[in-house]
Design a binder for this molecule. Structure first.
Ligand code: FES
Ligand SMILES: [Fe+2]
Length: 363
């Protein structure tokens, strides 16, 4: 695997940001999950209040994995989750959602203060369980994206698709944001205008071109909120969708990838027919994304890019990426250094109509 330090990223191996860790529909109170992400063993469960909780997996008492040892009597009795707390399957120590042990069933004295597990900030938005990961253990520096259209009955929500793991560093997935020249050969929609903007923890791509297969203009404003979550607003004829592409580091140099598409229906409240059409639109978006996925799956790492002047600004996207691997106190300086709008030689820039796609997206 090609690692963060091979791309000149660091000192952290894993980036800070919001990342998808599970599909909301697959996390229930009676089914805690053992998750391996960010090179760590993690315990993910849903408390009885409905809130998801993520803790480092190993109990400080004797190192038991809180959610992988799922055949003990305690777990089988259905009493592992109490409120939003979880009991260790081995001897029953109880940990709150903040990771602090607050009950040892066979000891009357106070629980040791050191009996504490790292707990992660969690949000549940748009059908995704997301956590804030920070290699330094800090609190969130920015919000997770949350589209208001998700709860609009005129829009059809995605069914999250987990595409599995890729032996690719996330920086190569994010290269796509600058990659003006792949849109024709890979997606069949050569670009007619293109622009990147770096705005603190957000990177934006505005582009448009005729989708050859249909002879119709496809315009998009695509943005990453941090290094793990891409949303892309796409207008194609009378169709309007938001595509989601998410990558979460599993190990240094390996990511898990998710995909979805939130689709506007023709009615104020989507009908069965609208839902069926939206599923088709999601499948179409997935098919297009699969072209990127297959390229990534089979390519060798590009720690250096042999760039020609009419390639997009890969170096800028990669420089933007560094802010997620550096110490928190250096983030603002890096952002200020790279913020700005970047164009590609010989390529048109978006007009007012193309820019109108952005309205309300990043404010
Ligand atoms: S190992 Fe967890 S309670 Fe003993
Ligand atoms: Fe692509």
């Amino acid at each position: 695997m090609t690692k963060s330090e091979d791309y000149g990223l660091g000192p952290a191996s894993f980036p800070r940001g919001w990342f998808i860790v599970a599909d909301s529909t697959e996390l229930s109170v009676d089914k805690p999950q053992a998750v391996k992400l960010f090179g760590r063993d993690l315990a993910l469960y849903r408390g009885e209040s409905g809130n998801p909780v993520m803790l480092d997996a190993h109990c400080p008492h004797m190192g038991t994995h809180l959610t992988a040892s799922d055949s003990t009597a305690l777990v089988n009795s259905g009493q592992q989750i109490e409120g939003d707390s979880i009991r260790c399957p081995y001897h029953g120590w109880r940990f709150g959602p903040d990771g602090q042990c607050d009950d040892i069933p066979y000891f009357d004295g106070p629980c040791p203060k050191a009996a504490k597990i790292r707990s992660y900030p969690v949000k549940e938005v748009m059908g995704c369980v997301m956590v804030w990961f920070d290699p330094e253990g800090g609190e969130p520096l920015f919000d997770a994206p949350d589209l208001p259209e998700w709860n609009d009955p005129g829009w059809v929500q995605w069914k999250l698709n987990c595409l599995g793991e890729l032996d690719v560093h996330p920086i190569e997935v994010l290269d796509n944001m600058a990659d003006v020249a792949h849109l024709g050969p890979t997606h069949g929609a050569p670009c007619e205008y293109f622009e990147n903007e770096l705005r603190d923890h957000i990177v934006i791509q505005r582009q448009g071109g005729v989708l050859k297969q249909y002879g119709c203009l496809l315009q998009s404003t695509t943005w990453y909120t941090g290094p793990g979550l891409l949303l892309s607003k796409q207008k194609f004829g009378d169709q309007l969708i938001y595509e989601l592409i998410a990558n979460t580091p599993v190990e240094d140099g390996k990511v898990r990838v998710w995909h979805g598409a939130l689709v506007r229906s023709a009615n104020e409240v989507a009908t069965e027919a609208d839902i069926a059409k939206a599923r088709e639109a999601q499948a179409g978006a997935l098919q297009s994304f699969s072209s990127d996925f297959t390229v990534w799956k089979n390519k060798r790492p590009a720690t250096q890019i042999m760039k020609v002047p009419t390639d997009g600004p890969f170096h800028k996207i990669r420089a933007w990426h560094q802010q997620f691997y550096c110490e928190a106190d250096k983030v603002s300086e890096l952002q200020a250094k790279h913020n700005g709008i970047y164009h590609v030689r010989g390529m048109e820039t978006p007009d007012d109509d193309a820019r109108s796609l952005d309205v309300g997206l990043f404010d």
